[in-house]
Write a new protein. Structure first.
Length: 378
C-alpha cells in the first residue's frame, strides 16, 4: 500500500494516486471572481472534516495540492488527539494574501464550502483573516472560528496557551514525578499570543523563565511581570540554556540536528506547529534522553475551542477538554516507554486507535443513527 508521503514524492503520480489516503478532493474554479482553491477531506470517520483555509502564492497547482493533502491528513490526527467529533480536512486558496484578496472571492469560496453540505467546516489559517470569513459566512453556515459577535468562541490563543501549560505539567510529571512549575526553569522561544500567556502562567506559579523574542516590547513586558525570575537571551542562544523544559512558541523546525546537539533541557513541550525538522528527529531526541511532547497534542486547545463553537460556544466545556491534554500526553509517554518507541510514533498510534474505535462504533449503528453532522444547523 502506497502511503501519502510516498505518493507526494512521486513526480509522475496522478491526482488520484496522490489522494491515496484521502476521501475527497474538490478543485474550485470561479471564473467571475478568479477564485482558485482546493478543498481536501482526508477522513470523516470521527465526524465532518474540520480545518482552516490557507491562502498563499503557490508556485504551482501541484504545490498547492501537496500542501492541502499533507495539512488535511495532519488535521485528522490533531482532531483525534484533541478528542473532538471531527475528522481532518483543509483548504487552500491560490493567491497572494496581500494582493489577490477580494470580498467576492471569499463569497465564492463560501459557496463551494456550502456545496459540501456540512462535510467540511473551515475558517482562518495563514494568509486569511476573520474579515475574509465574514464574507464567506454570507454564503454558508459551515464556518468555524467565527468572530465573537457572530457566535464565535473568541481568542483561540487563550485555550492554546492553557493547553501548553497542561502539556508542560504532564512532561514535568513524567520527567520529575511531580507537575509543579514552582522552582523549575523553562526556556520559552517566542512571547507572542501563546508564549506570553504561558510565561505569565509559569511565573504566577513560581517558576523561572528564560525567554527570547525579536519583539523588544514583549521582553520588556515580561520583565515587568517576572522581575528576577525572568532572564532574556538572544534568539540563537535559547537552545543551549540550562533549563528543565524547552517551550517553543514561535515557529516550526526548531528541533533539528544543530539544536539537538546543544540542548541541555530534559523535555520539550510547546505550541509551535511542526517542531521536528524531520520525523527522524524524534528518534534522535529519544536517544539523547529528551522527552518530546508531540506538538499536535500540546497545541490542541485552540482547535478544541473552534470545534466546541459548532455546538454553541461554551468556555467551561472548552476548559474541561483542554485539561485532558495532560492525560493524553501521559498516555502517550507511558505507551512510548512500554513499547520502546518514540513519543511521536506513540501519539500517531493513539490517534489511529481512536479512529479505528470510531469506525467500529459507526458500523454498529445503522446509518440513520450515525452522529448527525449538521450540529446546530439541523
Ligand atoms: P505569534 O505570531 O503571536 O507569536 C510568535 C512570536 O514569536 C512573536 O512574538 C514573534 O516576535 C516571535 N518570534 C518570531 N521570530 C522569532 C525568533 N527568531 N526568535 C524569537 N522569537 C521570534 O504566534 P502565536 O499565535 O503565539 O503562535 C505561536 C506558535 O504556536 C506558532 O508556531 C503557531 O503556529 C502555533 N500555534 C498557535 C495557535 C494559536 O491558537 N495561536 C494554535 C496552534 C499552534
Amino acid at each position: 500500500m502506497v502511503t501519502l508521503e510516498q505518493s507526494l514524492k512521486s513526480e509522475n503520480a496522478s491526482v488520484l494516486d496522490k489522494m491515496v489516503e484521502h476521501e475527497q478532493v474538490l478543485f474550485c474554479n470561479d471564473k467571475a471572481t478568479g477564485l482558485q482553491a482546493i478543498i481536501a477531506i482526508h477522513d470523516t470517520t470521527m465526524g465532518p472534516a474540520l480545518g482552516g483555509c490557507r491562502m498563499a502564492p503557490y508556485k504551482s497547482m501541484d504545490d498547492a495540492l501537496k500542501d492541502v493533502l499533507r495539512l488535511s491528513k495532519g488535521m485528522t490526527y490533531k482532531c483525534a488527539a484533541a478528542d473532538v467529533d471531527f475528522g481532518g480536512g483543509k483548504s487552500v486558496i491560490i493567491g497572494d494574501p496581500l494582493k489577490d484578496k477580494t470580498p467576492e472571492k471569499f463569497r465564492a469560496f463560501g459557496q463551494f464550502i456550502d456545496s459540501l453540505n456540512g462535510r467540511f467546516y473551515t475558517g482562518t489559517d495563514m494568509g486569511t483573516t476573520l474579515d475574509d470569513f465574514v464574507q464567506a459566512m454570507k454564503e454558508t453556515d459551515y464556518i468555524a472560528g467565527k468572530p465573537v459577535e457572530f457566535g464565535g468562541g473568541g481568542d483561540s490563543s487563550i485555550p492554546t496557551a492553557l493547553g501548553v501549560v497542561y502539556g508542560v505539567k504532564a512532561t514535568s510529571q513524567a520527567l520529575f514525578g511531580n507537575d509543579k512549575l514552582e522552582g523549575k526553569t523553562f526556556t520559552i522561544q517566542g512571547l507572542g499570543k501563546v508564549g506570553f500567556k504561558v510565561a505569565e502562567h509559569i511565573l504566577a506559579e513560581g517558576g523561572n523563565v528564560i525567554v527570547t523574542d525579536i519583539n523588544e516590547n514583549a521582553l520588556d513586558e515580561i520583565r515587568k511581570i517576572g522581575g528576577s525570575s525572568v532572564k532574556v537571551v538572544a534568539s540563537d542562544d535559547i537552545y543551549s540554556q540550562d533549563a528543565d523544559i524547552f517551550i517553543p512558541c514561535a515557529f516550526g523546525g526548531v528541533i533539528n540536528d544543530d539544536t539537538i546537539a546543544t540542548f541541555k533541557v530534559q523535555g520539550i513541550a510547546g505550541s509551535a506547529n511542526n517542531q521536528l525538522a524531520e520525523s527522524r528527529h524524534s528518534e534522535v531526541l529519544r536517544e539523547k534522553g529528551i522527552l518530546y511532547a508531540p506538538d499536535y497534542i500540546v497545541n490542541g486547545g485552540g482547535l478544541i475551542q473552534v470545534a466546541d463553537e459548532l455546538y454553541g460556544a461554551n468556555p467551561a466545556r472548552v476548559l474541561a477538554k483542554t485539561q485532558n491534554i495532560y492525560n493524553s500526553l501521559l498516555e502517550v509517554f507511558t505507551q512510548a516507554e512500554q513499547d520502546q518507541i518514540t513519543t511521536a510514533t506513540a501519539a500517531d498510534r493513539m490517534c489511529e486507535k481512536r479512529i479505528a474505535d470510531a469506525k467500529n462504533r459507526n458500523s454498529f449503528f445503522s446509518q440513520a443513527k450515525r452522529p448527525k453532522w449538521n450540529f446546530k444547523h439541523q
